[in-house]
Design a protein around this ligand. Sequence first.
Ligand SMILES: Cc1cc2nc3c(=O)[nH]c(=O)nc-3n(C[C@H](O)[C@H](O)[C@H](O)COP(=O)(O)OP(=O)(O)OC[C@H]3O[C@@H](n4cnc5c(N)ncnc54)[C@H](O)[C@@H]3O)c2cc1C
Length: 488
Amino acid sequence: MSRSIVIIGGGLAGLFCALKLSPLPVTLITRAPLGDGASSVWAQGGIAAAIGVGDSPESHARDTIAAGAGLVDETVAYEVAREASARIDDLLRYGVPFDRTLEGALALSREAAHSQNRIVRVNGDLAGKAIMSALVSAVQATPSIQVMENIRLERLLTQEGKMTGITALSTIKDEQITFQASDIILATGGIGQLYAVTTNPVEACGDGLAAAAEAGAELTHLEFVQFHPTAIDIGRDPAPLATEALRGEGALLVNAQGERFMLRHHPDAELAPRDIVARGVFEELAAGRGAFLDVRAALGKTFGTRFPTLCGTCATAGISPENPIPVAPAAHYHMGGVKTDRNGATSVPGLWACGEVACTGLHGANRLASNSLLEAIVFANRIATKLKRSNHPVVFSPPAKMCPVNVGKHDEKDMITLSRMLMSKYVGVIRNAQELTTAIKELTYSSHQRDISKTLENRLYTCLLIAKAALQRTKSCGAHFRNDHEKV
Ligand SMILES: Cc1cc2nc3c(=O)[nH]c(=O)nc-3n(C[C@H](O)[C@H](O)[C@H](O)COP(=O)(O)OP(=O)(O)OC[C@H]3O[C@@H](n4cnc5c(N)ncnc54)[C@H](O)[C@@H]3O)c2cc1C
């Protein structure tokens, strides 16, 4: 009996898995052209790996466990930290030009809550772009990988509880396509776009989660959404990020009266953990006092040369660095997802998940910076290793059965805007039972409208799953903060 493998998603997780599966034939479908529409391309910091002198995987695992607020699977944390070095070697072989010291070793930088310098990076803050550019070239040079762009997963198909294929939408032709496959690797990324303010690309709207849930897969920890505290609030969607490095350099968070409001929330003020800073910023905005990042004293005239991208973004938005920069918390990373075992297998035979769509147990209630790219490559590799062990021959899965698609009768743009607003207002940085119940009621109403497209149905379904999970976890924990219940 032959098998066929389909990977859904062209971010780091999907591409790495396809390369690791080579020479087995795989079809990789992605919603955007290869190299676009993926958070991986936008990653600024880099990848965490305990490879420096004096560092150890055990120390990396301990930092990961501490950040995860009691919900990290410790075995997974130790295993992932130990595997990091081998996966960085893989990336070097695929041609990623990581920064080096004058002596030729990999240069390592420090990020929040890491006890050692252990972030490998490229050209300062261009890790994602460089990694993805190297992998896209490697994929294009690998004949066993058949890439199909502008195809959007709608449904996972099962028979007798096993994966049999998918239905997808050609976003260019408005046609539905069916692929048969015995093994499907879900690598569709995160959910940031379910929120009104996010740092994620438009493609990150939880399609994979909805499809997996509908196919009967177990999902977990969906309530844990990490909000970045300092997205630049200039009405751009997605919102540009003001990197944490600015606060590391001494930039201050102030309200419209010039008060350093983080001093009220934590002794480390601007350098407090990400979720605490996000709540501080959120509260200032909710109280109408405004929230701004003031770089003037810390960086002065060096702002433009040291942070050219951000300086350029401000200039285009008409913000002078002579004035504080308006900021807002933005949905940034989803810790929850499709539950997997230590090989990336989900609860449905034939369905695998890696990258941000998966919940492997590594992040618990809060992700440690730069652990997500690492998790993506570790689990992509494990899935490939497991699939390569099977003796059945693998053949390409050709697309079949094209039919015109129901594009929906409603003005879906308005419904999307409304659902994003609901998620930010009621399922956002600070939550309570009353507001979560309101969100669930409104989202349920929208999802019961007749003739909505499958893609909108998936979006609303994922919103509902997150809101319901947030309602169920009555205690605050990590990134999930309830103002109607105490912290665990
Ligand atoms: C601005 C920013 C900076 C970050 N910086 C870092 C960092 O420094 N270090 C770190 O570790 N992490 C960082 N992260 C997080 C990290 O980038 C992501 O968690 C990681 O890239 C996820 O990889 P992925 O392959 O799972 O998803 P993605 O890279 O988002 O790829 C998902 C893919 O799935 C496709 N897709 C989505 N839906 C469908 C569908 N229905 N059908 C077909 N295809 C679909 C998308 O088009 C895309 O190709 C950052 C994130 C952002 C947004």
